[in-house]
Design a protein around this ligand. Sequence first.
Ligand SMILES: NC(=O)c1ccc[n+]([C@@H]2O[C@H](COP(=O)([O-])OP(=O)(O)OC[C@H]3O[C@@H](n4cnc5c(N)ncnc54)[C@H](O)[C@@H]3O)[C@@H](O)[C@H]2O)c1
Length: 367
Amino acid sequence: MSQQQSLQVELGDRSYPIHVGDLGVQAPEKLAQLLQPLIPGQQVAVITNETVAPLYLQGVLDALGQRQVDVYQLPDGEAYKTLESFEAVTTFLLNARHNRSTCLIALGGGVVGDLCGFVAATFQRGVDFVQIPTTLLAQVDSSVGGKTAVNHPAGKNMIGAFYQPKAVLADTAVLTTLPDREYAAGLAEVIKYGVIDDVAFFDWLEANVPALLERSSDALQHVILRSCASKAKVVSEDERESGRRAILNFGHTFGHAIEKLAGYGQWLHGEAVAIGMVMAAELSIAHTGFPSVDARRLRQLLEQLGLPVSLGQHDLKVEDMIEAMGMDKKVSDGRLKFVLARSLGDVIVSDDVGLGLLRELLNEQMA
Ligand SMILES: NC(=O)c1ccc[n+]([C@@H]2O[C@H](COP(=O)([O-])OP(=O)(O)OC[C@H]3O[C@@H](n4cnc5c(N)ncnc54)[C@H](O)[C@@H]3O)[C@@H](O)[C@H]2O)c1
């Protein structure tokens, strides 16, 4: 496979490229060729965190050339995706006299990307930003699509904006340092694209488990491109999630409830989504006639890639799950919406799943 491939997210005058491959985050001359043309002005601020900075910040700084470059390092963790961090970054930019022509660079996982994107959306009514995602989840999901946010004590991602980056630079080389659990969590979202949009990709994932476990750069480049192509297609059709974009939430209605009830931090987001996808597949068997052989294939692929497929030992209660799902923000007109599979690669959004069926399924799955 070539060293770098690109695809375009088509959103009219807000369209942008996603570059994928060995982009040179650790080889500044190479990275400079991509990065420099994206930043016409003289000011840049890199927003990163204390884990990613020692690994990849220097390469990015070296690629930026002779500009005013300021760096804000967040502490690591979801706990810092807050309004307080948002304010701290904004104050930092103001103190460093950044103006409307500045460009922000998000260097990190989804937490850094979501926060930096939200600052970019609001700083002086909006400035350019570039995503350099460093987790697999961020490369295949959070950096693409323009959802930016911070959390509120009342709920995750409750304050945010739709705001598209100027470009996404997904460097496969940075994934070598990602902890195993984080890597597998990203693969859960990858598998999701196979289920919701691309059965040929699902087949490919099944056939390439060893390369994926080895984090082969060719395999990763393929995975990121196919995942981003699916996400870009869905986002181009429905940027603000008024309809079709909801299919990206396959497994997430269950997953969010699991994350919330188990306590944030117990399961990684991707792990909860993996368990949620198994539940959604079982619900699909009962509601849409999704073939049980395909549900088994999904479960097996998740397991092979190191993901959980059930809650294991737990003290969650079925009624609490139902309530947590009811509280989920994907509720429309008081009816629960589920993304259900009809076959691999083909899903629908259904709002007529009865409570009885849901309770029966959860009793079975949470036993
Ligand atoms: N905007 C969206 O559309 C969207 C979609 C999905 C998820 N999200 C958000 O993304 C966030 C989760 O993102 P995440 O899974 O990337 O988590 P994260 O940003 O917390 O990163 C996970 C961990 O990996 C570390 N890390 C990052 N890159 C590394 C590297 N290359 N090597 C070693 N360690 C590295 C981070 O410091 C962190 O400890 C959540 O806040 C979620 O709400 C947003």
